[in-house]
Ligand binder design. Structure first.
Ligand code: CMC
Length: 378
């Protein structure tokens, strides 16, 4: 007799291991990286420092941070063959290009086959440094422009904007992107981190795990939502159309992108910071309407709070990128660039006490059918 099976569809509320990396309390909207509140990190840290914290487990001393930052700055260049591959696939979606380029990086990384923790961390640092160069190079190539070399004088966020637009960004825009990277750097066992850990659990290599993460992040239920939110805002166009537009989506059984979360049953703490940035940046750029459009959509979604559906990180991030003149189809790649430290540390944690991640499916199809030779089938 078959044993009774308890299905956990979507792995909802299933704990698969212990972690020392992130703590998420979805009921009160609390997120900690290595014990530090995301609120403090967003306000006081930098992406470089937060990456160090995630990868080494403690905040760096000034000297450690300087050395770490120098390592990041000196690892930004891409092998020319990878730039050539980007040229070959430049018509694809930026996430497909990023996934392809990261996969290709495995052929050039000196430690691809070394799954030790130290080598994995070094690979993660290199890829964290290189990902913006990939995204920016592709953006330029598809416009018929030449990629811009990384500028070692600029920090991670400023260098990305410099390589994307060909000019040094103002400090306030660098700070916004830096904060955005901090807020996206890690988020526990979300779908893409889970995918990366599944790859690592077979003792596959770091680049394969990150390629899995990028492929999973792309989906609109995960990182792809920011792009969809901005499409919605553009489609709405004017503040007074917001409510009717949002209601129409909901009445036809659709979802408002940038709302809802598997873990947060209150406001996503990351969205609080991005909300402030959208409002301030919109005013500065003379485009306050996007914030107003989104605020009206939020009003329509208010009754959904009773069902645990609140604003998430993707609701405001896309508008920030839009206000910075970043094309919509780059939004999720920016999320991916920020998340590489998170995937790295998740893979390191998986390797450090590995167990094959291999759940079960309950078979509900026909059984014991008789095999009929092909010429006797009706
Ligand atoms: N708008 C309207 N209704 C929603 C929404 C939404 N955005 N999200 C969930 N619901 C409803 C859903 O229709 C369902 O209703 P019912 O029980 O009547 O069928 C109920 O809430 C539960 O939805 P679910 O899909 O079972 O919940 P989940 O925990 O599996 O989904 C989610 C989480 C993020 C996939 C979902 O909320 C969603 O699709 N949101 C829109 C996409 C989005 O913003 N994604 C970004 C997530 S945060 C950043 C990241 O992780 O990358």
């Amino acid at each position: 007799m078959l044993r009774e099976i308890e299905l956990k569809r979507g792995l909802k509320d299933v704990y698969i291991d212990k972690t020392m990396v992130s703590f998420i309390d979805g009921q009160v909207g609390k997120l900690l990286y290595r014990g530090y509140n995301i609120r403090d990190l967003a306000e006081k840290s930098s992406f470089e420092e937060t990456t160090y914290l995630l990868l080494y487990g403690t905040l760096p001393t000034r000297r450690e941070l300087e050395e770490f930052d120098a390592t990041l700055r000196s690892n930004r260049s891409l092998p020319k063959e990878v730039v050539q591959i980007i040229r070959l696939v430049h018509k694809a979606h930026p996430m497909d290009v990023l996934r392809t380029a990261v996969s290709a990086m495995a052929a050039f990384d000196p430690e691809t086959r070394d799954n030790s923790l130290e080598a994995t961390r070094r690979k993660g640092i290199r890829l964290t440094a290189q990902a913006p160069t990939i995204v920016a190079a592709h953006s330029r190539i598809r416009q018929g422009l030449e990629p811009i070399s990384p500028n070692p004088k600029l920090n991670h966020a400023a260098n990305f904007l410099h390589m994307l637009f060909g000019k040094e960004p103002p400090d306030d825009e660098t700070e916004i992107i830096d904060k955005d990277f901090v807020l996206h750097a890690e988020h526990g066992i979300n779908a893409s981190a889970f995918g990366a850990r599944v790859a690592a659990s077979t003792a596959s290599d770091f680049h394969s795990a990150v390629v899995a993460g990028i492929g999973i992040l792309k989906g609109p239920a995960h990182g792809g939502a920011a792009e969809e939110v901005m499409k919605m805002a553009l489609d709405i166009g004017e503040e007074d159309r917001s409510k009717e537009y949002a209601r129409k989506i909901l009445d036809s059984g659709g979802r408002i992108m940038g709302f809802g979360h598997r873990v947060y049953k209150t406001v996503d703490p990351r969205s609080i910071h991005l909300r402030e940035e959208v409002q301030a940046l919109g005013e500065k750029k003379g485009q306050p309407k996007w914030f107003r459009i989104l605020s009206k959509v939020e009003e329509v979604m208010r009754p959904y709070a009773g069902r645990g559906i609140f604003v998430n990180v993707d609701f405001f991030s896309g508008t920030i990128y839009h206000l910075l003149d970043i094309p919509q189809d780059l939004f999720v790649s920016i999320f991916a660039m920020g998340r590489i430290p998170g995937w790295t540390v998740q893979v390191m944690e998986q390797y450090s006490d590995n167990i094959l991640l291999r759940p079960m499916l309950e078979y509900v199809g026909p059984m014991d059918l008789e095999y009929v030779p092909i010429d006797q089938r009706g």
